[in-house]
Design a protein around this ligand. Structure first.
Ligand SMILES: Nc1nc2c(ncn2[C@@H]2O[C@H](COP(=O)(O)OP(=O)(O)OP(=O)(O)O)[C@@H](O)[C@H]2O)c(=O)[nH]1
Ligand SMILES: [Zn+2]
Length: 297
């Protein structure tokens, strides 16, 4: 018995990596009955006499699991946001960030297509970068003058981590990944949207080695609804609210109507970015409206 990691799942087989070797395994019958589906990224206990006839015996506890792509134990999400075409959306960015925080995945923000901006629009992106860095998020914006992609800045986040790229369609995910690792030739693999569309392609995910880390060859969710999060969990996904909350008068402050709310005070003072707070209110409303509403007639 050995502990390894599932790096690929295909047609009922799980490919487990252990010390430089890959073992083809299946889930044991009694294992399947427990209704746990093994996921790529899982740390597993397996047994194998050779490289093709192994069995999965147990899945070790996960830190998280994504549905799209189906990957467990994700360490970081590279959120690719295009500066233009499609237009930069703080609403979308905050959706990604909230979801990643909820899954305990470290976000890295990368802004693409800045070479298409004029000086004024570029400065707006720089302002946005500063406001998110103040919260604690790494934001990578390529240099305007040279339009050089400073890849070293992003590459240093890869070692020893499992990364998933995400961002809306056309944001530049495959373009970026191909620049980072041309040898992976991900052009086709990353185009997830084409997979489900009538082509008889089996949807599968694979973890590929990249700069001493791993990257999922399929990008993450492109649009997000907060299906599981509750209204009380939402403010906990905004690090700057979490930092301010101990100074709120009420312990479970929703930072909305309560008096002596530190979050609202910091928004008024300009210490917390207004757009973050406005998006928080929008998301809160979305979560609340998800529940059935009973109205008196
Ligand atoms: N000028 C410029 N164009 C870019 C940049 N990044 C991506 N593009 C272009 O934007 C388009 C979309 O880029 P992709 O890399 O396919 O985007 P994607 O996020 O993988 O898109 P989906 O596959 O739809 O999810 C392509 O035509 C790219 O050439 C950039 O930094 N600058
Ligand atoms: Zn408050």
């Amino acid at each position: 018995m050995t502990t390894g990691q599932i790096r690929k799942a295909l047609s009922g087989f799980y490919y487990v990596y252990f010390e430089g070797e890959t073992y083809q395994t299946r889930a044991r019958g009694n294992f399947r009955n427990r209704k746990i589906t093994p996921l790529v990224g899982d740390q597993v206990i397996f047994e194998s006499q050779n490289s093709t006839d192994g069995y999965l015996l147990e899945i070790l506890p996960r830190t998280n699991e994504l549905v799209r792509p189906p990957v467990a134990n994700v360490d970081q999400g590279i959120v690719v946001m295009s500066a233009i075409e499609p237009k930069f959306s703080k609403n979308l960015l905050d959706r990604f960030l909230v979801t990643l925080e909820y899954e305990q995945i470290q976000p890295i923000i990368y802004v693409s297509k800045v070479d298409k901006l004029d000086e004024t629009a570029y400065q707006e992106i720089v302002t946005i970068k500063k406001s998110y860095e103040k919260i604690g998020y790494p934001v990578i914006v390529p240099d305007f003058q040279t339009a050089e992609q400073d890849l070293t800045e992003i590459i240093r986040y890869f070692p020893n981590r499992l990364s998933v790229f995400m961002g809306q369609s056309g944001a530049g995910k495959s373009t970026l990944l191909n620049k980072i690792a041309p040898e992976l030739n991900l052009e086709t693999a990353m185009i997830s949207k084409h997979l489900g569309r009538g082509k008889h392609t089996t949807r599968h995910v694979e973890l590929l080695p990249l700069y001493d880390g791993l990257v999922a060859d399929t990008p993450g969710f492109s649009s997000i609804d907060f299906l599981e999060m509750t209204a009380t969990e939402l403010p906990k996904q905004f690090p700057e609210f979490v930092a301010a909350a101990p100074a709120c008068k009420f312990r479970e402050c929703s930072h909305r109507h309560e008096p002596h709310c530190e979050v609202q005070r910091q928004v008024e003072q300009g210490e917390i970015t207004k757009s973050r707070y406005d998006n928080y209110l929008l998301f809160l409303e979305e979560i609340e409206q998800r529940k059935p509403i009973y109205r008196k007639k």
